[in-house]
Design a protein around this ligand. Structure first.
Ligand SMILES: O=C(CO)COP(=O)(O)O
Length: 122
């Protein structure tokens, strides 16, 4: 089954929630994972089932990166906050890097997230 990770920094969580609501039927076709708070907020706002990893600053990005390294993930939607530095910047860079190493689809803004979600559809 197609497996997709959903992640957003705090300033971008409302955008990701709206995206998930607008694409709920499509996302239901996928196995979904998320970092801790993102997953919690998404499940509160939708009927989607989401496997939650640790919160990003506590290692969640690395846990998702590990799945990318193991080629368990087909796509990653990661809405970063481009205007604020994050304390766990090294983890964020590592996740982006491993997506490139493993040639895993990665969307870091809403426009590309639309392509990713549609592109992974059967
Ligand atoms: O910090 C994050 C990604 O770098 C997201 O973590 P949360 O979903 O736990 O807020």
């Amino acid at each position: 089954m197609t497996r997709v990770a959903l992640i957003a920094h705090d300033e971008k969580k409302p955008d990701l929630i709206e995206f998930a609501q607008n694409h709920e039927e499509q996302l239901r076709e996928y196995e979904l994972i998320a970092t801790g708070t993102t997953g919690k907020r998404l499940m509160e706002a939708t009927d989607l089932e989401i496997e939650r990893k640790e919160s990003g600053p506590l290692g969640g990005d690395m846990m998702i990166g590990a799945e990318v390294a193991e080629e368990k993930l087909d796509g990653v939607v990661f809405l970063r906050d481009p205007l604020r530095a994050q304390p766990h910047e090294p983890d964020i860079s590592a996740l982006l890097r491993i997506c490139d190493v493993r040639d895993t689809a990665l969307a870091t803004n809403l426009a590309s997230a639309e392509f990713l979600i549609e592109g992974l559809a059967d």
